[in-house]
Design a binder for this molecule. Structure first.
Ligand code: SAH
Ligand code: DHB
Ligand code: MG
Length: 268
């Protein structure tokens, strides 16, 4: 919501949602983010960051045919290019190995790109459950996962995460070792609450896109995605159940960040 109790310049931007949105995007096109207190120059050396990202992935996260074909399938099938980057896929694998992950949950499959990185870091008897609301995305993902030879390790469930999570809870299985939250952003806090219920002490919970090009700084943002991740980030700062940080990153994707939380063994 666009609040009306703003001071100075911001008041003008609050005439209507439409105007507010237009002024804000204009602000971002000019590479400035205006918050209640400051205007921040967002000009960044995106070309350098992208080249360095490719340098790192060339060394440490090269894509094979299955991953390259998965990215191609997004354009061919009209899906958005919202997959994690190769280096972020590798980061998820490093986290998987570090916590000896055998049982993994993912919210938001898209074309299965991150799912493939996750599933490849599983032991022989490991499993990823991945949840996707869009039937077409689910079909594209299933094909990509099959082409990567990972069908046995991936359990793709099509439906709304908020409908499927209580079902997984009711199945009363072993807790998950790692949970990757990457579905729609407004209910991120609710997803995190479910993730906690499906966890044990030591479980890693990783949430993508919690910085959103720095828009999280705007405490008056009317963007529901921004509001969703702001709510999650605040909850992480207050929770005694987890120890959390946020790694922000530049590279081939837009400037953004991942929250990394570990479920505490004792309340902190
Ligand atoms: N993890 C993927 C990218 C996910 S993009 C990767 O890195 O490869 C976000 C996905 O979440 C989209 O496919 C979108 O359809 C899905 N999504 C959106 N709302 C959802 C919901 N309520 N429940 C489950 N999935 C949802
Ligand atoms: C969006 C979603 C993602 O998961 C992502 O990594 C990048 C962008 C989006 O909905 O805008
Ligand atoms: Mg994402």
């Amino acid at each position: 919501m666009c609040s009306i109790d703003l001071k100075g310049q911001r008041k003008k931007q609050s005439v209507s949602h439409l105007l507010c949105g237009r002024v804000r995007s204009q602000t971002l096109i000019n590479n400035h983010l205006t918050t209640q207190h400051t205007t921040i120059n967002l000009k960044m050396n995106t070309e350098l960051f992208s080249q360095v990202d490719k340098y790192i992935s060339g060394l440490l996260a090269p894509e094979d045919k299955a991953l390259i074909d998965t990215i191609k399938s997004l354009d061919n099938e009209g899906l958005p290019q919202h997959s994690v980057s190769p280096n972020q896929g590798k980061f998820l694998q490093v986290m998987m190995i570090a916590c000896n992950a055998k049982k993994v949950l993912e919210l938001g499959t898209l074309g299965g790109y991150s799912t493939i990185w996750l599933a490849r870091a599983l032991p022989e008897d490991g499993k990823v459950i991945t949840i996707e609301v869009d039937k077409h995305h689910g079909e594209v993902a299933q094909k990509n996962i099959h082409n990567a030879g990972l069908s046995q390790k991936v359990d793709l469930r099509v439906g709304k995460a908020l409908d499927i999570l209580p079902k997984i809870f009711a199945e009363n299985g072993e807790p998950f070792d790692l949970i990757f939250i990457d579905a729609d952003k407004p209910p991120y806090k609710e997803y995190f609450d479910y993730a906690l219920q499906l966890s044990r002490p030591g479980t890693l919970i990783i949430c993508d896109n919690v910085i959103r090009e720095g828009k999280v700084l705007d405490t008056n943002s009317i963007d529901e995605k921004v509001q969703g991740v702001q709510r999650l980030n605040k909850m992480l700062s207050e929770s005694k159940k987890v120890t959390a940080t946020i790694l922000h990153s530049v590279g081939v994707k837009e400037y953004d960040g991942m929250a990394i939380a570990v479920v505490n063994r004792i309340n902190m």
